[in-house]
Design a protein around this ligand. Structure first.
Ligand SMILES: NC(=O)c1ccc[n+]([C@@H]2O[C@H](COP(=O)([O-])OP(=O)(O)OC[C@H]3O[C@@H](n4cnc5c(N)ncnc54)[C@H](OP(=O)(O)O)[C@@H]3O)[C@@H](O)[C@H]2O)c1
Length: 372
């Protein structure tokens, strides 16, 4: 049987880690003041090895490891993980979140304790996703949340807004950075403007002063796209999208934020403007695509794929700063009145929250993990 020692196991992140390891069936020793042991059920938490790291603690841990068969690792309460193996299959899901900094690791300014932050990619190649009361992330993945923004808004930023920023800035005729006025004179086509990424693309593009044309499949979704700020809304089921787009912007659009390239490639080829880009971030509606070559050669168009996790670091860093600036400007909103209905689930119903996303619920799903 494996054993872990969790330092600071009685409080905050240390306690959360110890609880999770214990729940996964791992023997856990917690290093803490025994007075903080109210949560320990005794059946899986094998030992308490004492106060702050002194000789007695080490000896206690060694005893525990011997009795458990093997000491696997140490987990520091300041959220510093030193090559600590985690139990096989241990994975807390979900990338996005928000909250208050509870503890910091070595080298991180302790002044950030107590600050409000939003998180991105918490679960990417890491076990500590955000469907939990506590998460552990590298410093750069915890971004100070502007004072005017709610925790709910902060939890909606991550994946959709980072993806949207990348899509809006990868084009040859587009700037690398977004800001007020950065897209003045540019036109963006957002395919699927009632989607989470589509909504983020509309909001960011409008903040940057682009003209935003978007497609939807129903009058209800048209209302959401309008609420997000789209200038022109086309129902792709009932209208001829290329004809409508060319009426609005005869010379074609500068960027297409594309959710369903398998279905829309022909349309995109007909409406792309000079040096325009099709930013492909999803394979909704089909996993392969046929691209008409000649119509794309004329405008020197670019087709580029986007996966938020692997985008270049510089682009990611720029996106984080720009998104925060948009939030601070009050340009990012959530809720049906912003075209992004928010659906809340308690932590105990995390599976239902995931099912709602899988079933294509319109808007953003939030799991409430704490009363903040
Ligand atoms: N590459 C990345 O880094 C990245 C990041 C985030 C999300 N994604 C992926 O992107 C996709 C969308 O994510 P999401 O969170 O925005 O989902 P979502 O909220 O469900 O939005 C998807 C939207 O696309 C619309 N849509 C579907 N087919 C369309 C078509 N042919 N033309 C125009 N609109 C169409 C849908 O509405 P209708 O069906 O009613 O038209 C819906 O409004 C998912 O597959 C997700 O996994 C990828």
């Amino acid at each position: 049987m494996d054993a872990y020692v969790v330092t600071g196991g009685g409080r905050g992140i240390g306690r959360a880690i110890a609880e999770r390891l214990a729940a996964a069936g791992t023997v856990v020793a917690v290093e803490l003041d025994p007075a903080g042991l109210d949560w320990v059920d005794g059946s899986r938490v094998r030992g308490v090895v004492g106060d702050a790291g002194d000789e007695a603690v080490l000896a206690g841990a060694a005893d525990l490891a011997e009795s458990a068969g093997r000491l696997v690792g140490w987990v520091n309460n300041a959220a510093v993980f030193r090559d600590v193996p985690i139990p096989a299959g241990f994975q807390i899901p979900n990338q996005d979140g928000s909250g208050v900094v509870d503890a910091v690791g070595n080298g991180v300014d302790p002044a950030v304790r107590g600050e409000r932050v939003w998180l991105w990619e918490a679960a990417y190649q890491r076990p500590w996703g955000t469907a939990a009361e506590y998460s552990v992330v590298p410093q750069r993945k915890a971004v100070l949340l502007p004072a005017n923004a709610s925790f709910q808004l902060g939890a909606c930023l991550g994946v959709p807004f980072l993806t949207a920023h990348r899509c809006l800035t990868l084009g040859e005729s587009m700037p690398d950075r977004l800001d007020q006025g950065a897209l003045t004179g540019k036109t963006v086509l957002v395919q699927g403007g009632a989607g989470a990424v589509g909504n983020a693309a509309i909001q960011l593009a409008k903040w940057a002063d682009a003209r935003v044309v978007t497609t939807v499949s129903s009058p209800e979704k048209a209302q959401l796209a309008a609420a997000a700020g789209a200038d022109d809304i086309i129902n792709y089921r009932t209208q001829d999208v290329p004809v409508e787009v060319r009426k609005i912007v005869p010379h074609g659009v500068d960027t297409i934020v594309e959710v369903s390239v398998a279905r829309n490639a022909e349309v995109d080829a007909q409406v792309i403007g000079m040096h325009g880009a099709v930013a492909i971030y999803a394979d909704d509606g089909g996993t392969t695509v046929t691209i008409p070559i000649r119509p794309m050669m004329g405008p020197n168009a670019r087709w580029q794929f986007v996966l938020v996790y692997t985008e270049p670091n510089d682009a990611k860093g720029a996106a984080i700063e720009d998104i925060n600036a948009a939030v601070a400007d009050g340009a990012v909103r959530i809720g049906a009145e912003a075209g992004l209905p928010v659906h809340h689930f308690p932590l105990a119903d995390a599976a239902k929250a995931h099912a709602a996303v899988e079933q294509g619920i319109t808007g953003k799903v939030l799991i409430d993990v704490a009363d903040l």
